[in-house]
Ligand binder design. Structure first.
Ligand code: NAP
Ligand code: MG
Length: 403
């Protein structure tokens, strides 16, 4: 079989621990035998981030900007224990945070749905994608413990020195106080990323917040979404046969539970944090969750939603067998290669990505899976495979599909 050619490279961001081990297996078994892979390689493994003073992470994000498509392996976000373990010069920041700041993107998380790994919500038939605004609100808050009686005020001092004041509360006793902010530019980027992604994946878009209670803050989110939709996306949505739907967050939650799925749910930062964990657990497994960062100017960075699976890696280092699920990492690769194929007009590359995803799904549905899925599946006669055997089983299914 002749290998499928590529014209533009994808940006390959390698990572840490067990996912780094899977990364190589996936390339060796599932990508390189079939695709003449063109990639610009960046090693974001913690050792190399330390050696380059984290410059490598910045370089990789800039490369993603240049080429438009990246695939990323899970990486360690260092804490005190990691600083010791890897003898780091500094507690380097989260690579995902650094990349997100450079690309100014929105993260879309979607579950991979297979028969036999059933959602806990009976009505859900199709994936629900959560789009989380990744700037501001609670995550950049300013807080105070109020010790006793006194007045709290919001004060805005304009560039020309004019002050605007609003009383928050007249405290008669102790309490707590919090200030949060957001930026119209960031909300606009968020809205555009969501509208573009909806068009891209041909799914309806829902957005929800609490504008009835928060008449200025949340209402601004609602207004920005509506203005951008009306001015730039309304006709495109009509042509694509999809809809944009705004509702209150509590109504959205109720509707999501009764829905069939198959749409994108855009959430403010906190709502997205909470709801993405709810949706991913309700779909069955974190190891079956994909994640893509989409920038408002159309850069795509694909990854698995889970981490480096540290516990399995330590077993692996001791020479013990692991049964780590590689599905989300395989889908990160297929996502990136399909997008590259679309952008460069290489139909074969898109077809390859579709077929490989099909092979993964068929392999699991035929009862061959890793331990994490075997524990929750409704299928009978399951064969539990180790990390490598699962990838090889996917390859065998892929070869069958090619015949
Ligand atoms: P994790 O790597 O997601 O793993 C947590 C647990 O979930 C695992 O111990 C395992 O459970 C299960 N699990 C996750 N992915 C799995 C898979 N593919 N196959 C089978 N089981 C899987 O989270 P963590 O242990 O909290 O974090 C480890 C490192 O990952 C940390 O250093 C963190 O900074 C990093 N991290 C990176 C990213 C990213 O790069 N996007 C995201 C999150 C965390 P059992 O042990 O019960 O088998
Ligand atoms: Mg969370």
């Amino acid at each position: 079989m002749e290998k499928i050619g590529m014209t533009t490279p994808i940006v390959e961001m390698d990572g840490d621990e067990m996912t780094r081990v899977l990364w190589k297996m996936i390339k060796d078994e599932l990508i390189c035998p079939y695709v003449e892979l063109k990639s610009e390689y960046y090693d974001l493994g913690l050792k190399n981030r330390d050696a380059t003073d984290d410059q490598i992470t910045i370089d990789s994000a800039n490369a993603a900007k240049k080429y438009g498509v990246a695939v990323k392996c899970a990486t360690i976000t260092p804490n005190a224990a990691r600083v010791k373990e890897y003898d780091l010069k500094e507690m380097w920041k989260s690579p995902n945070g650094t990349i997100r700041a450079i690309l100014d993107g929105t993260v879309f998380r979607a579950p991979i749905v297979v028969k036999g790994i059933d959602p806990y919500v009976r009505t859900w038939k199709k994936p629900i994608t959560i789009a989380r605004h990744a700037y501001g609100d609670l995550y950049k808050n300013v807080e105070m413990i109020i010790p006793g009686p006194g007045k709290a005020e919001l004060v805005f001092t304009a560039a020309d020195g004019t002050e605007t004041r609003e009383t928050v509360f007249d405290y008669q006793g102790p309490g707590v106080l919090q200030g949060i902010h957001n930026l119209c530019a960031s909300i606009e980027s968020f809205a555009k990323s969501c509208f573009n992604y909806a068009l891209d994946t041909k799914q309806d878009l829902w957005f929800a917040c609490k504008d009835t209670i928060s008449k200025k803050y949340d209402h601004t989110f609602k207004d920005i979404f509506q203005e951008i939709f009306d001015a730039q996306y309304k006709e495109k949505f009509e042509a694509a046969g999809i809809t944009y739907f705004y509702t209150l967050i509590d109504d959205a939650v109720a509707r999501v539970m009764k829905s069939e799925g198959g749409f994108i749910w855009a959430c403010k930062n906190y709502d997205g944090d909470v709801m993405s964990d709810m949706v991913s657990s309700a779909f069955g497994s974190l190891a079956m969750m994909t994640s893509v960062l989409v920038s408002p100017d159309g850069v795509y960075e694909y990854e698995a939603a889970h981490g480096t699976v540290q516990r399995h890696y330590y077993k692996h280092l001791k020479g013990e067998e692991t049964s780590t699920n590689s599905v989300a990492t395989i889908f990160a690769w297929t996502g990136a290669l399909r997008k590259r194929g679309e952008l460069d007009g290489i139909a074969e590359l898109c077809a390859y990505a579709d077929r490989l995803e099909q092979a993964v799904i068929r392999t699991i549905e035929s009862g061959k899976m890793t331990k994490d899925l075997a524990l929750i599946t409704s299928l009978e006669n399951v064969t539990v495979l180790n990390s490598e055997a699962f990838i090889k089983a996917v390859r065998a299914t892929y070869e069958e599909l090619c015949r």
